[in-house]
Design a protein around this ligand. Structure first.
Ligand code: ADP
Ligand code: MG
Ligand code: ZN
Length: 487
């Protein structure tokens, strides 16, 4: 049976909703802050009261144009809002203000690089719209509540062409899109908080066929991992249907990540008629060529440019630059620490090594890193000047990472400064040699490795604070002194 799967090809198109990080909502002055007390950020406008009128938030247009430019789209110079009519408790106006006929931009693309093969993914259009409220179901009481804080939060919806052929391509695209939007500072794009929401349209067909098969649309995907699993599961489900000589139904399905399967939400047969019409309460938006030029010339530096600059300006390996720029928060941390005067390669080592390791252990995202670049620069300086040895530096870094301590103060208070006093170390080493006659004779009989143990014992005696280089140097001398003297 297995070989039949290879005869099929998966075809995927995405609809990606991005919540824009404006301070206020799209048509009123209410705050968009996430996680506030329910129904604390509402007003008659976003509650859809009769007699109220929407006022467009200019920032929304600015943010949408930024994304349009960064995704190579054609901007619609005179675009309009449309009314999408439907009744649902999370939608107090009984319509959503969206864009159907003249979306803000169309016909763009992003390039992805899959195992060194470049592929263009077409962007059909991007439109602006308002978000709905949120229903909260209390299963125990059999009641539902509604929180309107999200009603009127600005969204853009990015609709791609059906250009994807695998889950890997989808993930590469989404990672690239998310990074562009994060660098633009237009949204934080958190899948788990819903500021980035991805719907997967997927169909399968026999490889080589020119027509697309019937697709399904899948919702409720809260992580990249869920997206990958959902694509693989839905591909298999559709191929099985076709192999059974049955037909795939055009429907919307909901992914259940805990079960690893999807179930039907609604069929598209009874797709609602939204009775779209141009929004009469809002003027058309005129976007001038000058405005587009202004946005273009003020775009931030994106990943590829950063990688190139880091290699050129800071002389760090391309490999390092790629890892550091994979998250905006890491790139910021890198740049700011270097600005504090730290050696770029050393900063890069701290980010790629200890920082990523601790992020994994503490299960935190790059944006949640809370230590100040200055404290990292300070720690690197202590290390550079050999005030502390590298083992102590790693311990102090954990404190910087967790509590943003000041390394100089911490090292002083805890007496962690490295011991560089040759006389004192010689004394300690002589004692260590007296107590480890076996290792001494091993070394003198040609077992060079025995010195490692003696270094270890000396470090232990100094509570890890000795300068290891110096210890090794003195040890060698002291050992040689004992040659011939008899041990
Ligand atoms: P609708 O109006 O029902 O939302 P659209 O034509 O806007 O449908 O398409 C929505 C998304 O579905 C787009 O990303 C598009 O590329 C994708 N899509 C359309 N047809 C197919 C298909 N047969 N297989 C996979 N994806 C498809
Ligand atoms: Mg659609
Ligand atoms: Zn409001």
């Amino acid at each position: 049976m297995n070989n039949h799967y290879n005869e099929f090809e998966t075809v995927i198109g995405l609809e990606v909703h991005i919540e824009l990080s404006t301070q206020t909502k799209i048509f009123c002055g209410c705050s968009t802050k996430f996680g506030s007390e329910v129904n604390s950020q509402i007003c008659p406008v976003c509650m859809g009261m009769p007699g109220t009128l929407p006022t467009l938030n200019k920032k929304v247009v600015e943010y949408a144009v930024k994304v349009a430019v960064a995704t190579n789209c054609n901007i619609t110079k005179k675009c309009l809002f449309d009314r999408k009519n439907y009744f649902y408790p999370d939608n107090p106006q009984n319509y959503q203000i969206s864009q159907l006929y003249l979306p803000i931009c169309t016909n763009g693309f992003l390039e992805i690089n899959n195992e060194n093969i470049c592929k263009k993914i077409g962007i059909h259009e991007i439109h602006m719209e308002e978000d709905a409220g949120k229903l909260i179901h209390d299963e125990a009481l059999g009641k539902s509540y509604v929180d309107y804080n999200r009603a009127g939060v600005p969204l853009i919806e990015i609709v791609t062409e059906a250009d994807f052929r695998s889950a890997d391509e989808v993930i590469l695209f989404l990672e690239k899109l998310r990074l562009i939007i994060q660098y633009l500072e237009v949204s934080d794009c958190k899948l788990n908080e819903g500021s980035m929401r991805v719907d997967i349209n997927l169909s399968v067909r026999k490889t080589g066929e020119s027509e697309y098969g019937t697709r399904t649309e899948m919702k409720n995907l809260n992580s990249f991992r869920a997206i990958k699993r959902a694509i693989e599961s839905e591909t298999k489900r559709q191929v099985d249907i076709i192999l059974n000589k049955e037909e795939v139904i055009l429907e919307t399905r909901r992914w259940d990540d805990s079960k690893g399967e999807s179930y039907s939400m609604r069929s598209k047969e009874d797709a609602r008629d939204y009775r779209y019409f141009p929004e009469p309460d809002l003027m058309p938006i005129n976007i001038s060529g000058d405005y587009i030029e202004y946005i273009k010339t003020n775009l931030p530096e994106f990943r590829d440019e950063k990688i190139e600059r880091y290699v050129k300006e800071y002389d760090i390996p391309k490999y390092d630059a790629e890892i550091i720029t994979s998250e905006k928060a890491l790139a910021n941390l890198f740049e700011e620490t270097v600005l504090c005067g730290a050696n770029p390669k050393k900063v890069s080592n701290y980010i790629m090594g200890e920082t990523l390791k601790l992020m994994k252990e503490r299960e935190i995202e790059a944006e949640q890193i809370s230590f100040s670049p200055n404290n990292l620069a300070c720690l690197i300086d202590l290390d550079d000047r050999k005030v502390i040895n590298s083992t102590v530096a790693k311990e102090v870094f954990v404190k910087v990472f967790d509590e943003d301590i000041n390394p100089v103060q911490y090292v002083n208070e805890h007496g962690l400064a490295q011991n560089n006093d040759a006389d004192e170390l010689t004394e300690i080493i002589e004692k260590v040699l007296d107590n480890n006659a076996q290792s001494v004779s091993d070394y003198l009989n040609g077992k060079d490795r025995a010195i490692g143990y003696l270094v270890g014992q000396t470090m232990k005696e100094t509570k890890g604070k000795a300068n290891p280089e110096l210890v090794k140097e003195i040890l060698k001398k002291s050992l040689e002194n004992r040659r011939g003297v008899g041990v």
